[in-house]
Design a binder for this molecule. Structure first.
Ligand code: ATP
Ligand code: MG
Length: 574
């Protein structure tokens, strides 16, 4: 600063003219900060009845009562964010606090509209920094160009107009985090929107933060059970894995995510559901559904509805992720669902176009891949040193964006409209879906029980298309077809009816050993619950053993087949 040679003009604002002594002190301050030759002019201003405000170029020193109060407020806020016993700290802060000549960079709004503002004069502003506009409107720097700063606004921009002032805060955007958020619905800034009162935060976390490095991660080795037979048997998801759910509209994507959340009850997994660009009414309904299944106790809903400005929809998944990381760093396991990422990409596209970034393919900006990769990379299975916390993420997308996201995730469940309307629900396309890492996380029992299911089903599908127009089939083909139909029927599962691990094992062992071969598919719908009930009532020890140990011996396997066969006989002879 001292090397600046150009002539600087400083303006001093106050209600009463400074005394000669005071003026001398201001001049000395300016000479020290900006070098000799800075001129000082005084302007009368009734805005500062009890203090001074000094403006030097883009920098402002606020010695007014209001300015000192806001400094003090900042100091208290910083304190409130730290943990520990607050009272002594509070005392100390009050006693040791002295107002400082704090330089503030102040800029002016050039243009504002559609949730975007362009600001002139904030030379030092950093990407991602929070800016404060008139009327308490908050914004975040998203675009740094040579002569101005592009900023997205999180609040209603009614009080902001061209020419109004903007202050830097020096802080990056963040959200409050903590246990208090469980069971609540919050917006993308962590503010409760369920009418349930304030939330006590345990801390504050930056919305954007670097993903854990490779050294900090562990391989995926613990299952995240969805309770959905199709998924757990063929596309197992492990803790730390990112699985994409993809499919046309209304094919049951959200249903799979919700079922998985409901199935985490009593499993010590925290769930975060991030709704992006949905109707407020659908999210309210979803909350009610989770409540009736007792799943809200361990769930946080982050909601940026379709009517929220694009910046809020853009930031929502990162905010949800930050809330999850808080728990992950405490060693807890977290399941986070982003529903959905295509709407997220659309919000980002709208924002980028308004920021005048050049459009690329399908008008998405060039960094749309980075948009999702930096989000999904934050899912991790941390090594024990970091507390062993795990975060599993799932998203939901529908052409260009899905292919991007497929390459970022560790697997995808592909849902099909055709299957959905033929009654095959969940409508998972078994041939195209994959889980790239979850196999390691499957329990031994599940692995053993589900061994041949994918192969058997693919043989069935091949045979089915091959014989579609054939009139008479030989006996072995007919048998294979009816076996396959039985398996497909077995995989149908109603919403909110998750299976326990032992139930899945029993169904798989019985089904894959042709126990259901002679049963008409339609009858299986009623038969399967009856069979599981029979096992639960009469084979408690066996069921418990499988559930607790996750193992399945050959003896247990033959026992299951035998009991199931016997039950078939009794059930259909009645
Ligand atoms: P959108 O594209 O609109 O987000 P979606 O793919 O998320 O839709 P869902 O809302 O999950 O689809 O499901 C669509 C409808 O299908 C819902 O009414 C849901 O109740 C029903 N449904 C989903 N899965 C099943 C199932 N296994 N059994 C019966 N009904 C189901
Ligand atoms: Mg949906």
């Amino acid at each position: 600063m001292a090397e600046r040679t150009e002539h600087l003009e400083a303006v001093l604002l106050s209600a009463v003219r400074p005394s000669q002594e005071q003026e001398k002190r201001f001049l000395a301050f300016l000479a020290e900060k900006y070098g000799e030759g800075t001129t000082l002019t005084w302007q009368k201003s009734d805005d500062y009845p009890d203090g001074f405000r000094l403006e030097v170029g883009a920098e402002v020193y606020d010695w007014s009562a209001g300015g000192r109060l806001s400094q003090f407020k900042d100091a208290l806020e910083k304190l409130a964010a730290t943990q520990g016993d607050v009272i002594p700290l509070l005392k100390e802060t009050v006693l040791s606090w002295t107002p400082q000549a704090m330089a503030q960079e102040v800029g002016t709004v050039l243009t504002v509209g559609d949730g975007i503002a362009r600001v002139d004069g904030l030379e030092g502003a950093a990407y991602g920094e929070v800016l404060l506009f008139d009327g308490g409107v908050r914004g975040m720097v998203q675009d740094l160009s040579e002569d101005s700063v592009g900023c997205i606004l999180f609040d209603d921009d009614a009080s902001v107009c061209a020419g109004s002032t903007v202050r830097r805060t020096g802080r990056t955007a963040g959200v409050p985090v903590g246990e208090g958020f469980l069971g609540r619905v919050v917006n993308a800034l962590g503010v409760p929107i369920d009418g349930g009162g304030d939330i006590r935060a345990d801390g504050y976390r930056a919305v954007e933060s670097p993903a854990p490095g490779i050294i900090d991660r562990q391989s995926v080795d613990t299952p995240l059970e969805t309770g959905i037979l199709t998924v757990d048997s063929m596309f197992p998801i492990g803790r730390g894995q990112r699985e994409l759910i993809i499919g046309d509209r209304q094919t049951g994507k959200t249903a799979i995510a919700l079922d998985t959340i409901v199935n985490q009850k009593g499993k010590d997994v925290i769930c975060i559901y991030v709704a992006i660009g949905q109707k407020a009414s659908s999210v309210a309904q979803l909350k009610k559904t989770l409540e009736t299944h007792g799943a809200m106790d361990y769930t946080i809903i982050v909601n940026a509805t379709a009517s929220d400005p694009a910046p809020l929809q853009y930031i929502a998944p990162y905010a949800g992720c930050a809330m999850g990381e808080y728990f992950m760093n405490k060693g807890r396991d977290v399941l986070i669902v982003y529903d959905d990422l295509s709407k997220h990409a659309i919000a980002y596209r709208a924002m980028s176009l308004l920021l005048e970034r050049s459009p690329g393919r399908e008008a998405y900006p060039g960094d749309v891949f980075y948009l999702h990769s930096r989000l999904l990379e934050r899912a991790a299975h941390l090594s024990e040193e970091k507390g062993g916390g795990i975060e599993t993420q799932a998203g939901d997308v529908s052409a260009y964006i899905p292919t991007n996201v497929i390459s970022i995730t560790d697997g995808q469940l592909i849902l099909e409209t055709r299957l959905f309307f033929s009654g095959q629900r969940p409508a998972v396309n078994v041939g195209l879906s994959v889980s790239r890492v979850g196999g390691d996380a499957q329990t031994k029992a599940m692995k053993k029980a589900a061994k041949t299911i994918r192969l058997d089903l693919s043989q069935y599908r091949e045979m089915e298309s091959f014989t579609q127009f054939a009139s008479d089939l030989d006996e072995s083909t007919a048998k294979l077809l009816s076996y396959g139909q039985g398996l497909m029927r077995m995989l149908r599962q109603k919403q909110f009816h998750p299976y326990k691990q032992y139930e899945q094992v029993i169904l798989l062992v019985a089904g894959l050993n042709h126990v259901f071969q002679e049963i008409v598919p339609e009858q299986l719908d009623a038969f399967i619950p009856a069979l599981l009930q029979h096992f639960g009532e009469t084979q408690g020890a066996l069921c418990n053993a499988i559930e607790q140990t996750g193992q399945l011996s050959d003896d247990q396997q033959s026992q299951i087949i035998e009991i199931a066969k016997e039950f078939v006989q009794n059930y259909f002879s009645k």
